[in-house]
Design a protein around this ligand. Structure first.
Ligand code: NAD
Length: 319
């Protein structure tokens, strides 16, 4: 008679096979563009897209040597014309316009964009903002242009890479954290304004926890001040670090089932889970000892139409 262990192993293997089949159904034959695809998480995403049968993949990166190396390695395993490397800096608008044009010509169409390139360097915080916010905004807007049905595309998915939403362990990374949180705002607003039903683009936010990449390994030497290093390293020591592989694997499952506007966390090498942005009223702090803030007398605002004065500025006109 078959024992329970064998039976559950068999059923979990068949669940896994079903999951892989479902992911293949979503990814297979698709054309993908990944920013920062030459290393770290971006490179792991590339490998998973290849594994699940993507048609063509463009990786865009500022590191020309790494990008070329990846292109050659993929050619060896998957043959020519599978991966194309474009050397570009996401924070340079002109380069990105050209890069998207080149990518869409090479692949014919773009179906999925992973907006991933980012840096951590608090000492060069202007650059950090330029890449992590400027570069991501630029990539997201171009992605929408090439994916949206009302523009150049036929629908698709945009994944914006943020970071773990728990800010309790980010005290020594104020600028980096600000940039990654900006991406949640960007992503949520785009998901709302470019409605999926109208333009056919799903906008998904991915929030990875601590992951073993060059960005993490170098981070203790990229802080605003040297005095922060001891606390930073102590904080890191308390966290467990996951591999890029599990994050990429998690992204494949998210692509299978994530709705537009959804936000996903992948931490500690576990299965992704979805989070939502709570209504601020439910987070309102209440005070002990009957301490109550005295609220000012509420005066109702004027109607927005009146303030914008339709007749003078036409601000509220939709035509
Ligand atoms: N590693 C983590 O723990 C972690 C956690 C949460 C979120 N993230 C985010 O994941 C993304 C990828 O990070 P990673 O850990 O793989 O880093 P990484 O440094 O290993 O890889 C980043 C890649 O982006 C490229 N890149 C950097 N600046 C660029 C630019 N201006 N233009 C084009 N390409 C550029 C790099 O050359 C590199 O190939 C980032 O947005 C990062 O903020 C990382």
């Amino acid at each position: 008679m078959e024992n329970g262990g064998n039976r559950s192993r068999r059923s979990s293997a068949s669940e896994k096979a079903k999951e892989i089949e479902a992911i293949n159904g979503i990814v297979s034959g698709k054309n993908v563009l990944i920013t920062g695809g030459a290393a770290g998480l971006g490179h792991a995403f590339l490998n998973h897209f290849l594994k699940h049968g993507a048609n063509k993949i463009t990786i865009l990166d500022i590191d020309a040597n790494a990008g070329k190396r990846v292109e050659i390695n993929v050619e060896k395993s998957y043959g020519e014309k599978k991966v194309h490397f474009i050397h570009a800096d996401v924070s340079c608008h002109e380069q990105m316009i050209e890069a998207f044009e080149e990518a869409s010509k090479w692949m014919n169409d773009i179906d999925i964009v992973v907006n991933n390139a980012g840096i951590l360097d608090e000492r060069r915080w202007e650059k950090e903002i330029a890449v992590n916010i400027g570069g991501m905004v630029c990539t997201a807007l171009l992605a929408l242009k090439y994916l949206s049905r009302d523009q150049l595309g036929h629908g698709g998915t945009l994944v914006n890479v943020s970071q773990h939403i728990d800010i309790r362990n980010t005290a020594q990374l104020p600028v980096y954290t600000a940039t990654k949180h900006a991406i949640i705002g960007l992503s949520q607003s785009l998901a709302e304004s470019y409605q999926y039903e109208k333009v056919g683009v799903r906008v998904i936010t991915l929030c990875p926890g601590l992951t073993e990449t060059a960005l993490t390994v170098d981070s203790p030497n990229k802080l605003l001040s040297r005095v922060m290093k001891a606390d930073f390293v102590k904080n890191l020591d308390q966290l467990s670090i996951q591999t890029p592989y599990v994050v990429a694997q998690g992204l494949m499952s998210i692509l299978k089932s994530g709705a537009s506007g959804s936000i996903w966390v992948i931490e500690n090498g576990r299965t992704p889970y979805e989070v939502y942005i709570p209504n601020p009223r439910t987070l309102r702090r209440t005070y002990k000892n009957n301490f109550i803030l005295v609220e000012p007398k509420v005066t109702r605002g004027r109607p927005i139409r009146e303030v914008c004065d339709n007749t003078r500025t036409g601000l509220m006109s939709c035509v």
